[in-house]
Design a protein around this ligand. Structure first.
Ligand SMILES: [Fe+2]
Length: 260
């Protein structure tokens, strides 16, 4: 059985391109139809090259429901079958009714999905989940840990320490380090914030090239602050019908919006 500090290797060659999708909020036929359109466009455009990873930063479902998770699994399989790798982490809506707090049963259902859907072994259950590709380490975090009121979140001490250690190891290997999570680390709204954002940002300083997040449904970007190369916040992908595409070229990450 693999130890937790060995990355799961993605079946890709070269530093992959990234597609960031967040806050899908699957809830009904219309949202599923719109996501299917987006996913099919991604599969058609990026599948053949086999060098793209879709990063899902949580709130996959609007409220926990077994049937919605199954639908989401079908769409992930469509991407994987086309040659696009997929990784993801949970948001507050994935683990609690209407995104408020977390419920043990809903959390277990989400955690199962985030493990079995990727074919990850039991030993990879711990967060952060580490994925590797040539020249790249992707670290997916769970910001729904512990007791959180309203739509707030946290990584907790144990996960923050494991994340810092994994990022440090990846930097020592010379990898580009991409960290992804649901909650927004640069937001102070009392009902939405990441409680341990400040500690997180200090730990990632100079150890993180790109940080991806969602939660606010508002796209934004920062460069070179807190010692982190780029921070990208995504909008709600199904609603916006667009995605941010990142590619690593000549030593830097280039970002563009694609509206299929
Ligand atoms: Fe959220």
């Amino acid at each position: 059985m693999r130890p937790n500090d060995t990355p799961l290797m993605l079946p890709l060659t070269g530093v992959p391109d990234l597609i960031h999708l967040s806050d899908l909020h699957l809830r009904d036929d219309e949202s599923l139809r719109r996501l299917r359109r987006l996913v099919q466009a991604i599969a058609t455009r990026h599948g053949a090259a086999q060098k793209t990873v879709v990063v899902l930063t949580g709130d996959i479902v609007d409220t926990p429901d077994r049937a919605l998770w199954r639908e989401a699994e079908t769409l992930v399989a469509l991407l994987q079958d086309a040659g696009v790798a997929v990784v993801g982490c949970p948001g507050n809506h994935d683990v609690g009714w209407m995104g408020l707090g977390a419920n043990a049963g809903d959390r277990a259902m989400a955690q199962r999905w985030f493990t079995t859907t990727w074919g990850a072994p039991e030993s990879a259950k711990a967060w952060p989940r580490e994925y590797g590709a040539p020249g790249l380490t992707l670290l997916l975090c769970d910001t729904t840990v512990g007791e959180n009121t309203l739509a707030t979140g946290q990584l907790g001490y144990t996960q923050r320490m494991a994340l810092a250690a994994a990022a440090q190891r990846a930097k020592a290997r010379g990898d580009q380090v991409v960290v992804a999570m649901h909650h927004h680390p640069v937001n102070d709204d009392a009902s939405l914030k990441l409680h341990d954002a400040e500690a997180l940002l200090h730990l990632l300083a100079s150890r993180c090239d790109v940080l991806l997040c969602g939660h606010l449904h508002q796209a934004s970007a920062w460069s070179g602050v807190w010692g982190i190369g780029r921070i990208y916040a995504a909008d709600a992908a199904v609603e916006a019908q667009r995605y941010r595409h990142l590619s690593f070229q000549h030593g830097r990450w280039l970002a563009s919006w694609v509206r299929p």
